[in-house]
Design a protein around this ligand. Sequence first.
Ligand code: B12
Length: 451
Amino acid sequence: MWLLLVLLQAAVLPARPCEAPGEAPAVRVLSARLLGLATDPARDPDPSVYLALRLAGDHDLRAEERYLARLQDTFQHRYGRSLQAAGQPHAAPHGHPQRDAVAAEHNANAEAEWPETGRLALYLLGLRATCPPPEPSPQRSLVTWLKYYLEEDWAGSRRHGHPLTSYYQYSLGVLALCVHHKRVREEVIRRLLVAQHHGTMGHAGGSAVDTEAVAALAFACLERERLVGAGLAEELRAATRGARRRMAEVQGEDGFIGNVYSTPWALQVFIATNTCRTQPAYGRAMAALLEHLDAFTTAATMAQALPALHGRSYLDIASMRCQEELDTLTPMSPEPLPEVPGNVTVQLVVECPEPRCPQRRLYNQPVPAPAGASLLDVLRAAAAQGPHNFTFDTQETPQGPFLLRVLGLEARQRDRTYWQLLTAPNTSLDMGVADYRPRDGETIILRLSEW
Ligand code: B12
């Protein structure tokens, strides 16, 4: 019934030049599913989800208002006070909700003062996307905090060769300030240009497409909003062109640019630079995405895919028009996973390279689990089975549970280490522990890696 309603409503949707061709119904179903997840009060509000709802073709305006109120509750409380009143430079706002929970649990609060460039940038982008726009005054302190974080990241990049957070978050920071029409220091922008030029945006074990795309969106915005001088504008134009060219070059036979999850970001670059009709890579990537919409099962991945599927980019936030928004979207519940009968056995291997671990391979055991179990279920089964003492901890993030500690060894932001998930012999998984479902006989490697 819901599906029928959603499909019927699709017929009255206005087309956008870069919108998924003739596939609006499937995209609307995905929007309706995201709305369903957003209306669940048990989930922490996430600015990316709000952005995806706002950039969609039609809306549930009341639900969006409620979601915004929840976001404001979380963020305004944290960043409402001025930076001076907070006694900067050493008193960044304490109390990251997720990190706090982890800190309380593990008594490890060392990273509480880490810049939150990306989160705050996404929230500010979200605020700019509201209709009608909110009062500017409460946003001032948020913008000041974001500038402060970006400066911290910039200083970190000079000291360590990379931002304290990541180039992805750094790019989001520049993009959000630009969308708010705030100038960014030329040196801060140049850092991003240099990283893009030297190809240092990616990290070991991951592709650079998502990050390069967000950086290209920031470049396109700075140029379009005329926030830089003529010389730098020309450099930014060239960098955006270069990013587009590389995206077309790395497109696989399957149509994806990077993987299925980075492809929507690459599409946003073509959309933002009005090249969706002229670049053959765009049509092929969009077709590939539409064939794999079932890969987007979590709120975070749906939220990142939907703007491009609706033919929009984060740059459109700078020129949101508040009239004539269709208020016809209705939430859909997530599809329950099909029951799979039987059992699987997964070989679980834990590796930690020297010098941290002289013995390198710390664990190598078969783990029986029900068929269809997620990797997280397999890890739980391993922890429950004796006598090999497997232990692990996860940390909640907007992307889902992040594997933080294995056999007592913690991955640390400060050392840029993480527990990488691989399938043997050496393929990095493109899903997290909660979403990946290992096959019978598969060997899964948890490897403490640097990024
Ligand atoms: C930077 C980054 C990382 C860094 C994060 C470190 C850091 N301090 O910045 C590192 C290298 C550690 C990392 C690891 C992984 N990542 Co990653 N990562 C990203 C990237 C490029 C940016 C994330 C970000 O900063 N977002 C902005 C901030 C504001 O949002 P946030 O939600 O608060 O971000 C935090 C969490 O997302 C967390 N995180 C990062 N990646 C992942 C992945 C998963 C599954 C989870 C639960 C959490 C998580 O770290 C972020 C920074 O604190 C995204 C790209 C994208 N399109 O989102 C991929 C991305 C999120 N990662 C992805 C993947 C697959 C992974 C790994 C599973 C890879 C692997 N095989 O090991 C691991 C996680 C394993 C684990 N231990 O649980 C996928 C997730 C796809 C999906 N199906 O959900 C993405 C979308 C990349 C892609 N195109 O495939 N990642």
